[in-house]
Design a protein around this ligand. Structure first.
Ligand SMILES: *[C@@H]1O[C@H](CO)[C@@H](O)[C@H](O)[C@H]1NC(C)=O
Ligand SMILES: CC(=O)N[C@H]1CO[C@H](CO)[C@@H](O)[C@@H]1O
Length: 484
């Protein structure tokens, strides 16, 4: 029943649908997921055969020990994934050596990943293909000196490769997801690891940050921040052609579009030259924003494709078979399975004064909704006001969102043009408002559709393809995954 609801959701724009009804739909969707989480997972058949909406797009799913229910969700929907990356390992620079720490948190996790690697059969007899397991290895606690020591020292490239391969061989993993704070420096460093993996038919996936939007550069803190974002973008784009020579896939973190610090307050509708206008222009007022948007994902994907297009690269010394290899790289675009909540205040756009939402009669025209589904009395923003951040935002899981929706029955809105959904609530009267952005079937579907659009496009250059990387499965719900 819930899957039907989920499948129908994308068809309805919020405009054609009243927010209240939509609230009920979403609440049901998330609520059911939560209820299932509470009383265990046993009622679900393992690997129930729900087919994929975008079968051509490779799917990577991250699983972390912090949201351990992700392992069960993956197993219940294993045919939705090609690659699963448990976030288990860290690599440390210790004295003159490299040490890998971590591993499956317990025996069940170890059996879990081994089951995924096997072909299997669902209860209704369908064949389930093996899922590739490639844990994440993160260079943890590395300082500038640690990076400098390895970049120019081939002996150390090999030592790093040996340390990681020791674990990969020992545990019979299918590959490695590599992440560090300075991967743009490491294309040569990663050559021995890439070679060692490829010799065994294993895969190297390199994690990169995304190409972030930035505001105007200036001497203000916000302006300096913008300059830093721009330079991080440039360093990454310049490193991509060479990184593409060692990586089979890139996993691109396109889920931090806005970030905990919010984004520059939109100056639309604010009286020009007013105090508020100046604060917004200097980047001192921030507003909450969605975690991702399909357009932004598309821009990132095109940037990555172009930057690694062998016919575009300035380095003319690549061998032609290397060029071909490079052209076969795949891009896994990150999509968030979690929501984000921001503490907010409201300001009047004309005067810049802080305003309080006023109570309204919730639903005079929906008197038929009673009982548990009845919307709670809510407050309405005065005309011409806008939210801004009173502090940084934080991620929330789908389950937490379900709890909040359950308790507050908020009205859900769609942010344009990003197409992400959000609602506002006040935990306790007088304690201040939060704006919550939540992942929905519709917003994720839009991202997948966009990726497929780029892949299918008749681009003037060839590339290996693109797919999606979900961060992370444990923050999601069965319903969300079932709909993908
Ligand atoms: C390279 O690293 C190894 C291992 O730490 C070390 O023994 C050697 O002295 C280093 N070489 C240089 C040139 O720094
Ligand atoms: C809303 C937003 O952009 N915030 C977060 C999205 O996800 C990443 C990964 O957890 C966070 O780092 C961002 O801050």
């Amino acid at each position: 029943m819930h899957i039907e609801v989920a499948a129908a959701t994308p068809r309805w724009g919020l405009h054609s649908l009243n927010g209240i009804l939509f609230t009920v739909v979403l609440t049901t969707l998330l609520y059911t997921a939560r209820a299932q989480g509470e009383d265990g997972h046993t009622q679900k058949p393992i690997g129930s055969v729900d087919s994929r909406r975008y079968p051509d797009l490779p799917v990577l799913g991250y699983v972390t020990p912090w949201n351990p229910q992700g392992t069960q969700i993956v197993e219940d929907h294993r045919q939705k994934f090609d690659i699963v990356s448990p976030v288990w390992y860290t690599v440390h620079a210790v004295g003159n050596d490299y040490e890998v720490k971590g591993g499956p948190p317990n025996d069940e996790d170890e059996q879990w990943y081994k089951r995924l690697q096997q072909q299997s059969t669902s209860p209704d007899g369908a064949e389930l293909k093996p899922v590739q397991v490639m844990p994440r290895f993160f260079l943890d606690g590395w300082n500038e000196l640690d990076f400098r020591n390895i970049v120019f020292n081939q002996t150390r490239w090999q030592m790093l490769s040996d340390a990681v391969m020791g674990t990969v061989d020992n545990m019979a993993f299918d590959g490695v997801v590599f992440e560090s704070a300075a991967t743009h420096l490491l294309h040569q460093v990663l050559m021995p690891l890439s070679d060692a993996l490829h010799r065994d038919d294993k895969t190297l996936i390199i994690v990169t940050h995304s190409i972030r939007k930035f505001g105007e550069k200036s001497d203000t803190p916000a302006g300096q921040q913008a300059a830093m974002v721009e330079s991080a973008n440039n360093l990454l784009v310049e490193a991509l052609p060479q990184l593409a020579l060692v990586a089979d896939f890139f996993s691109i973190m396109t889920y931090d579009m806005t970030g905990p610090g919010g984004r520059d307050l939109s100056r639309q509708g604010i009286a020009p030259g007013s105090k508020m206008d100046k604060a917004a222009a200097s980047g001192n007022m921030r507003e909450p924003g969605p975690n991702t948007s399909a357009d932004w994902v598309r821009e990132n994907l095109i940037t990555f494709i172009e930057a690694t297009d062998p016919t575009n690269t300035k380095q003319q010394d690549f061998e032609s078979n290397l060029e071909l290899q490079q052209a076969s790289r795949k891009f896994l675009m990150g999509a968030p399975l979690y929501g984000y909540k921001y503490p907010i205040l409201f300001a009047d756009k004309a005067s810049g004064k802080i305003v309080e939402p006023t109570p309204v009669d919730p639903t005079p025209h929906h008197a038929m909704m009673t009982g548990i589904n009845a919307p709670k009395p809510r407050r309405k923003l005065p005309e011409g006001s806008t939210p801004f951040l009173r502090a940084g935002g934080e991620p929330v899981t789908a389950r937490e969102i379900a709890d909040v929706m359950d308790a507050h029955k908020p009205e859900v809105f769609k942010s344009e043009p990003e197409g992400e959904y959000y609602f506002e609530y006040e935990a306790k009267a007088g304690e201040g408002y939060w704006r919550v952005f939540l992942p929905t079937v519709e917003s994720l579907g839009h991202v997948l559709e966009t990726i497929k659009g780029v892949v299918d496009d008749d681009l003037s250059f060839t590339f290996g393809g693109a797919g999606v990387a979900f961060w992370e499965v444990g923050q999601s719900t069965d319903e969300l995954l079932a709909s993908l």
